[in-house]
Design a protein around this ligand. Sequence first.
Ligand code: ZN
Length: 132
Amino acid sequence: MEVFEIETHENCEALDITHKVEEIVQKSHVISGICTLFIPHTTAAITINENRDPSVMKDIINTLNNLIPVSGKYIHLEGNSHAHIRAAIIGSSRDIFIENGRMVLGTWQGIFFLEFDGPRKRRVFVKIIENS
Ligand code: ZN
C-alpha cells in the first residue's frame, strides 16, 4: 500500500489528486488491475467528477454547504457534524480500473479529495491490485 499526504488550506475545498494517483499507478508497473483509494478520515471524502471546468466542483461544494450547513440541529459536541454528514454521504473510498498501465477515467473525470473540516494534514491510501 502507498500513502501520500496532502495539506488542505480551506475549511471546505476540493483538491484534484488525479496526477498524484496516476504517478503511483505508473510507478507500480501494473498493466491491468484495480486501484483502490481510501482515506482514513471522518470529515473528508473522495469522489470522481469533472476536473476540466473548476466551476463544477465549486457548485458541488456550494451545494453541500447549502444542503448540510455548518450550523444546524446537531448533537455531536465537537461542532463539526456538518463535516461528518458530508463525508458519510460522499464516502471514503473509490475503485478505479487500470488498463494498459493507466487508470480508466472518462475524458472529463478527475479524482478529488474533499475537505470538509480543514485546514488539516490528510492522508490518502492507495492499494493497487494486479489481475493475475
Ligand atoms: Zn467530530
